[in-house]
Design a protein around this ligand. Structure first.
Ligand SMILES: *Cc1c(COP(=O)(O)O)cnc(C)c1O
Ligand SMILES: [Zn+2]
Length: 448
């Protein structure tokens, strides 16, 4: 059986375009494109046979099927040559049972999908392996592409630079100056990308990269390029697979440019259409209060959408006021009976710290999602018996600076109820023993 996929306008204008064509928007209406799969062809394989194929590939080492993304190759880019795939064995991330934290929230079936346990430390690897692989295929086919470029709040550029370097394809990243963490800045530097540090915000970088990539020899890697969505949608398949093909009641994720929520929706819908699952989860997009255009629109039942000027937030990867994929996101939320929540700076920082105390090491964006979970539980939108999955989008190690600042009380405007400072004492066993005793006592008091 040969499977196929192509680009099509999200508004439904006629016309199909090859995934190997350099095109990001519908030539008729200018809106975004999305990847369509030949569903009839996919349906010739029974649901049980897809389940078996994907389960078998979990244990496979043969390249590229050990990757959580390429294990679903037929659903991603079916026709690409395996030798052109650029993979770091991304995906197949742990679904962490947040047992102790869940008990504190009275949600006992709580799971955190650790998408930040990945090659460059964020879920952006899942989309970037697909995009860079397709570029690699195009170059192999003789397409004159000089470089791949993206605007980024930090994680997209890290992923692009790494996959580009792995393939030997030059990359250019557009970063808003002083708005990404040191770890995020050093990643593309180390991988040899051309790092453009622009005196603007993310939305300004996005406008600039769209202008520059009008010349077809510079290929655009932002998530308006829906190839990335094809990789990210495998998060949904992995989650269901990790629950032995059961669907959770809720999936909560932080949203900025809003590509990932549309990706998750797409993954669930594909399994649904192919008869592998018989219900859909509810979705919650969590936004930082300082960059909350989707939340504001949600309050008006999505009757209007107004971009905002994003204000500074600790959750810097979602400091986006004019999300490119907003229409796809609203459609997804409507289809999945979704909700939108927001979290203030103090709420997200405290939630990160509380959850960290139960063994996680969260990034601020995951903190936004966890704070949203707490609010939904308090408002009884989410019930204690429901199975909830929170998408952790990045590795907390990328945000060491702000996490240290929290613990030593140097985050302006944040009280820091969970502060934990290093104890500076003499290397004297007696003093050390006393200090340990006081620590044990204090911890016992907190527990009871
Ligand atoms: C990109 C990113 C997001 C937001 O994803 P969108 O698809 O832009 O909504 C959230 N968290 C982290 C860590 C990210 O890198
Ligand atoms: Zn169109």
């Amino acid at each position: 059986m040969s499977y196929n996929a192509w680009f099509q306008c999200i508004k439904g204008c006629p016309g199909q375009y090859s995934l190997l064509e350099i095109i990001y928007r519908c030539p008729k209406c200018g809106d975004l494109l999305e990847v369509h799969h030949d569903t009839d062809a996919l349906k010739t394989r029974a649901a049980a046979a897809w389940v078996k194929l994907f389960d078998d590939r979990l244990r496979q080492n043969s390249y590229p099927y050990g990757s959580g993304v390429w294990a679903k190759k037929e659903w991603v880019v079916p026709f690409i040559d395996n030798e052109n795939i650029v993979s770091t064995c991304e995906g197949n991330t742990n679904l962490f049972w947040a047992n102790r934290y869940g008990k504190q929230l009275h949600v006992e079936d709580l799971w955190v999908k650790q998408c930040g346990n990945s090659h460059t430390g964020s879920f952006k690897d899942l989309g970037m392996t697909v995009l860079v692989s397709v570029v690699n295929q195009m170059i192999a086919n003789g397409e004159p592409i000089d470089a791949v470029a993206c605007a980024s709040t930090g994680d997209t550029s890290a992923a692009l630079a790494a996959y580009g370097a792995a393939a030997g394809i030059p990359t250019v990243v557009f970063l808003p100056r002083d708005k990404v963490s040191p770890a995020q800045l050093v990643q593309p530097l180390a991988n040899g990308a051309l790092v453009l540090s622009l005196d603007t915000d993310f939305d300004g970088c996005m406008a600039a990269v769209q202008e520059v990539t009008k010349h077809k020899h510079i290929y655009l890697a932002n998530s308006m390029n829906s190839l990335r969505i094809e990789g990210q949608k495998t998060i949904s398949v992995e989650i269901v697979q990790q629950f032995d093909w059961e669907v959770p009641d809720w999936v909560i994720l932080p949203g900025g440019n809003l590509g990932n929520v549309s990706a998750l929706a797409k993954g669930f819908l594909m399994m649904y259409d192919l008869g592998m699952i018989s219900k859909l989860p509810r979705l919650c997009v969590a936004q930082a209060e300082n960059a909350n255009p989707l939340y504001l629109s949600y309050l008006k039942n999505f009757a209007h959408f107004e971009p905002v000027t994003a204000r500074k937030t600790l959750a810097s990867a979602i400091q986006i006021g004019n999300p490119v994929s907003v229409r796809k996101a609203i459609a997804a939320l409507q289809r999945f009976n979704g909700v939108v929540e927001q979290a203030s700076e103090s709420e997200l920082a405290e939630e990160v710290a509380r959850a960290d105390r139960t063994g996680m090491f969260n990034c601020p964006h995951t903190g936004v999602a966890l704070a949203a979970l707490r609010k939904l539980v308090e408002r009884k939108v989410i019930h204690g018996h429901e199975r909830v999955v929170v998408i952790s989008t990045a590795n907390g190690l990328k945000f060491a600076d702000q996490k240290i600042a929290y613990h030593v009380g140097r985050l302006p405007g944040i009280q820091g109820t969970q502060q934990n400072r290093p104890v500076e004492i003499a290397a004297d066993p007696r003093v050390i023993s006393e200090t340990i005793s006081r620590y044990v006592e204090r911890t016992r008091l907190l527990e009871n």
